[in-house]
Design a protein around this ligand. Structure first.
Ligand code: CAO
Length: 497
């Protein structure tokens, strides 16, 4: 049972809103209210009616008002059944408030921040970092005040649709003993790592928001035995732990042996996150009979044109690479060869030709290979494509690509040339049926029409297509048209809509 405030929040909340609206809302309200009076909630029947996010489980504690609530990982959609715990933002014994970040999880599709639905004290973390958490299973136990938690739950039942904005607005808030503390998860983490209570720190940001500098100042003042907040002498603190990065385990000394000595030690690492997604997708791709087609393209004119366009887009704050042109040219060519923008149904009986050109871009990120896609390329200008690619790259490098960006692709381009290389053998991303890998643009000598040697900018492309439905001639004709647009980029103007 968990509240989600990330890229997936909108879709999750929409789903909850759908369930909770109208008659269904009243029915849920009654069902949950009734369920509250039954001990050991979680029977089969109730599971059918109550979404995970609305299924509390109470344990009576010594105080009549206190309860330990099992905070379960809710269904985050897209068929995601398990996630990896990337980072805990809380420890056992920590005080949390509604909307405080609890942890960061990584599914095979996206990275998600899980936030608390309760005010209370963390009693138990159910997983270690890198552990696999299952949807519907407890994530943390939180000791809450019974009366408060009931109230919170009623809020969710009757008002969950209006929480969409509140989730965003309040995600960074934390309420502690009477004083409202505003701090980002990063600041809270810094405080936690240094065993600092946020309520002891004076925030100098907007509305008293606690900034990193405030924590640093507080730590310095503690070093001098004075509270930066109250100005009073404080008791000596336990030694402040260094930042995480400085706490790397000491390197294992390499044993000195007579030659030949082993260079290192084998080690095992789990396949998880994006790698896990790659295992799944590529194993499916292996079932597709791939047809390969390769060509070289003279992009000399495009190289010069880009220099001019780049100056213009930079003034508009957008970085302009070759990719937006490659993507637009692909879409224009797909207009003529729509079968390359299709998928085959599960029974392999029909080809579904897609109306939208949602062109995927293979992206190399710190977390590994991922393929966000640009939606409806057919109706976007090259500048709009550049802006969208900039956005996707920013999200990719921050590890924040969400389900919206990562699903629904219909055709893919992989610009391996931005790293290096000439040819590649791209693997189709199911359920798509074609993919192109682009090599590095290189200045090389070529003959002109008069037989004179000139400097040309040459780029290789390697296509893979699903040979069950795409024949070589179709692939070659598509590639010829794409090549024509790139070798004569101004002709694209004629076909732009
Ligand atoms: N040849 C020559 N130069 C190239 C190039 C190519 N094929 N592709 C990109 N460049 C240039 C760009 O024009 C840009 O130059 P400037 O700095 O002068 O503007 C520079 O290299 C950096 O480009 P970029 O990588 O930031 O942007 P991009 O739009 O060209 O590519 C993206 C975006 C996401 C495709 C790329 O960053 C990337 O991740 N590529 C790797 C894809 C990959 O891993 N494929 C393998 C998949 S299978 O495992």
């Amino acid at each position: 049972m968990a509240t989600i405030s990330t890229r997936l929040v909108n879709s999750s909340i929409r789903k909850l809103r759908l369930v909770v609206c109208g008659v269904a809302k009243r029915r849920l309200y009654q069902t949950v209210s009734a369920a509250r009076h039954i001990s050991g909630i979680g029977g089969e029947n109730k599971q059918k009616f109550i979404p995970t996010a609305l299924q509390p489980r109470y344990f009576q504690t010594s105080s009549a008002l206190q309860e330990v609530v099992q905070f379960k990982l809710s269904d985050i959609g897209e068929g995601i059944r398990e996630v990896i715990i990337k980072e805990w933002y809380v420890s056992e014994g920590d005080k949390v408030s509604q909307f405080d970040s609890i942890c960061e999880v990584q599914s095979d599709k996206a990275s998600v921040t899980i936030t608390s639905r309760y005010d209370g004290i963390i009693k138990k973390l159910h997983y270690d970092v890198d552990g696999t958490a299952l949807v519907g299973e407890p994530l943390v136990d939180i000791e809450t005040e019974g009366a408060i938690s009931h109230k919170q739950e009623e809020d969710v039942e009757v008002d969950i649709s209006s929480k969409e904005q509140r989730l965003e607005d309040h995600a960074m808030q934390m309420t502690t003993s009477g004083r409202k503390v505003l701090a980002t998860p990063a600041v809270r983490r810094l405080a936690m790592e240094n065993k600092i209570h946020l309520k002891d720190v004076e925030g100098t940001g907007k509305d008293g928001r606690i900034l990193k500098e405030d924590i640093t100042r507080h730590i310095e003042s503690l070093d001098h035995g004075v509270s930066a907040f109250t100005g009073k002498q404080v008791a000596p603190q336990a030694p402040i732990s260094p930042p995480k990065a400085d706490r790397a385990p000491a390197p294992t000394p390499i044993p000195i042996l007579r030659a030949p000595a082993p260079v290192g030690k084998d080690y095992t690492q789990p396949i998880k996150g994006m790698q896990k997604a790659m295992v799944k997708t590529m194993s499916m791709a292996l079932k597709i009979p791939h047809f390969g087609y390769y060509d070289e393209i003279d992009v000399t004119t495009l190289v010069n044109l880009r220099k001019d366009l780049k100056k213009v887009t930079e003034k508009r704050g957008i970085k302009f690479s070759y990719m937006p042109v490659f993507i637009k040219a692909a879409s224009l060519a797909l207009n003529q060869f729509p079968v390359l923008n299709s998928s085959i149904d599960d029974k392999v009986e029909n080809v579904i030709v897609k109306a939208s050109h949602n062109i995927g871009v293979a992206m190399d990120t710190a977390d590994g290979l991922t393929v966000p896609n640009i939606k409806n390329v057919q109706s976007q200008s090259i500048f709009e494509l550049a802006a969208e690619l900039n956005r996707l790259q920013q999200l990719g490098s921050a590890g924040k690509l969400g389900t919206a960006e990562l699903t629904g692709g219909t055709f893919t381009l992989s610009n391996i040339g931005s790293i290096g290389g000439t040819y590649a053998r791209p693997v189709i991303l199911p359920p798509e049926v074609a993919i192109g890998a682009i090599g590095r643009i290189q200045a090389v000598p070529r003959f002109d029409r008069d037989g004179n040697v000139r400097k040309a900018h040459i780029m290789q492309v390697s296509w893979s297509a699903d040979h069950r439905i795409i024949d070589g001639a179709t692939m070659a004709r598509f590639s010829n048209l794409w090549k024509m647009y790139l070798e004569n980029p101004t002709t694209m103007i004629l076909d732009l809509k």
